[in-house]
Design a protein around this ligand. Structure first.
Ligand code: ATP
Length: 269
């Protein structure tokens, strides 16, 4: 069976304005990924090289995957998402080959963004490696070889994400590899308001819903937490209608539903 069929190429549909806050990060990705993928000739004429690899780091649930997808959508690029742990579990004994095939497929369907989530799982620093078989060494070496082989402005960009940049093999961070490090912070109040707006865009909200107030009350909530709060509030509204014997029908979501949802979904930070 060919590995190549298992490599799933998608065209995401996430736009920059589906992401709340993170204006600086979005701008950096526009410049480092979108501009060179869309207009390589301009970079050529300016005599500058865009980065081959970008490392997004920050706590879980703050939108790293979303950012990588938006970079692909907005650049008109294909997207290959690979989770670090999957390279080890899904392709036991074939992990190096998997890395090779991922890059080969990416070149085939270029322009492509390859997204390695939880990259620390496949490329931990030497002292953090637990295997004695040398599998990790070989995977890291294959990844470095592929990154070194990327020809700038040939339409393959690698974005990786981790919560633990401190445990990564430093060889990954050398020039020409993941040489752009971008911190993705948890949302501040203004960003939380934007995230609430995004995740209630299609929700029938009652007039008493005060998203500003909710943004204020959700210090320590990530974007993923806020999405969960919005979903839970809507579910509470539905359950309430069922209890009242009104049947399963769309319901306005009220402030009290959100307040109950906040109790059910604790902040992850
Ligand atoms: P992990 O490290 O766990 O993979 P992550 O940083 O990649 O987390 P995402 O997977 O991008 O986080 O976020 C999970 C979900 O949370 C997203 O699909 C989205 O619905 C919501 N979310 C997170 N951050 C934001 C944000 N800034 N704006 C809007 N939605 C967000």
């Amino acid at each position: 069976p060919s590995l190549i069929r298992e490599i799933y190429v998608e065209v995401p549909e996430v736009h920059w304005d589906d992401i709340g806050g993170l204006e600086d990060v979005k701008q950096q990705l526009r410049e480092a990924v979108e501009w060179p993928l869309k207009h390589p000739e301009v970079f050529e004429s300016m005599g500058i090289r865009p980065p081959k690899g970008i490392l997004l780091f920050g706590p879980p649930g703050v939108g790293k995957t979303l950012l990588a997808k938006a970079a692909a959508t907005e650049s008109g690029a294909n997207f290959i998402a690979v989770r670090g742990p999957e390279i080890l579990s899904k392709w036991v004994g074939e992990s190096e080959k998997a890395i090779r095939e991922i890059f080969r497929r990416a070149r085939q369907v270029a322009p492509t963004i390859i997204f390695f989530d939880e990259i620390d799982a496949i490329a931990p620093a030497r002292g953090m490696r637990h295997d004695t078989s040398g599998v990790t060494d070989r995977i890291v070496n294959q990844l470095l070889t592929e990154m070194d082989g990327i020809v700038p402005l040939q339409n393959v960009v690698v974005i990786a994400a981790t919560n633990r940049p401190d445990i990564l093999d430093p060889a990954l961070l050398r020039p020409g590899r993941f040489d752009r490090l971008i911190y993705v912070p948890p949302p501040d109040k203004k960003a939380r308001l934007e995230i609430f707006r995004i995740h209630t865009r299609k929700m029938p909200l009652a007039d008493d819903v005060d998203l500003e107030k909710l943004a204020e009350m959700t210090e320590g909530y990530t974007g993923a937490d806020i999405e969960a709060v919005c979903r839970e509030a809507a579910m509470i509204a539905l359950r309430e209608a069922i209890q009242k014997g009104q049947g399963l029908k769309p319901q306005p979501v009220r402030m009290e539903h959100f307040l109950k949802a906040l109790k059910a979904v604790p902040p992850s930070l």
